[in-house]
Design a binder for this molecule. Sequence first.
Ligand code: CP3
Length: 328
Amino acid sequence: MRQAGRYLPEYQALRKEAVTFLDLCYNAKLCAEATLQPIRRFTFDAAIIFSDILVVPDALGQEVRFIENEGPRLAPLMSERDIANLAPSRMAEHLRPVYDALRLVRTQLDRSTALIGFCGAPFTLASYMVGGGGPNNLSNARLYAKAHPERFATLLDLLAQVGADHLIAQVEAGADLVQVFDSWAGILDPDAFDRYGRAPMVTLVKRFRAACPKVPLIAFPKGHVASLERYVETVAPDALSVDWTVALGAIKSRFPGLVVQGNLDPLELIVGGESLERAVRKLLSEGGQSRFIVNLGHGVRPQTPIENVHKLVEIVRQNQTNMPKNLH
Ligand code: CP3
């Protein structure tokens, strides 16, 4: 999940060095630093490259802005022509700073700390690209998918290809594993999830695996549990990330061979105290000692007290007494 961000004073200081959030995302040195900040503080087992899923629509030529304290705004794609005008040929050059940032991080990161590359899943990216990112983003996106199913499918297919290519380039630049964020999968009904959430992920993962057969891939269809069997069977991720709306123990028994990642509610990190301790102990007991990656169910919120993140790490490490960091 997002582990860099405004809850860290050093991130707030770094953020001031770039004018816009996208400027920050295209400055390899600053991105490398933002990636390393949480690792220095908390000694997590893995670093996730500092970037954003929306650099992909930006690289394709769509207008993307981030409004401070509100979030992303995109000039929504409407017509067939808008979609045809997207330019995958610009991607590699435009995203070069992301790959430079990965190379820089790899030189500064201990070998025992894994480096995670990521991209947005086709559905989540498409929902921003046609929904525009504003307050009606998700209803706009669902409406667009129903009103123009073929156009929407064309867009998803394009995003599956470029998403895979972006992940492959990140691996070439030093990522040890990758994660695909489908943050809005949970808003889809089961049929739409099958068509718009699952199917393009099959395409993306196939293309990624053809180039990087040995690199682990984590899929995060956030908030969608109803039809996960077919998703896991056909997408075949190495690990499944889940949020707090699912019972971790139940997911582990539903998919006995699969690595599961999750699922602490980030709000527990704001509340802290006994509530946090209880939640982390429950997490550890349900996740067990194998095939489990301790994580949050979503990114760290800006108002999170730093000492609560330390507390989380401390409890988790106590629970893994005999394991050196690189064997977790
Ligand atoms: O820890 C890291 O270095 C990871 C970096 C990371 C960011 N975005 C940086 C960021 C990751 C993994 C993302 C993914 C991302 N971006 C997702 C998928 C995961 C999720 O959170 O659901 C999505 C949907 C986005 C799109 C996005 N970016 C939104 C909706 C927002 C605004 C909301 C907010 O929290 O401000 C962003 C901005 C953003 N991306 C910030 C960061 C650190 C906050 C901007 C800032 O504080 O300067």
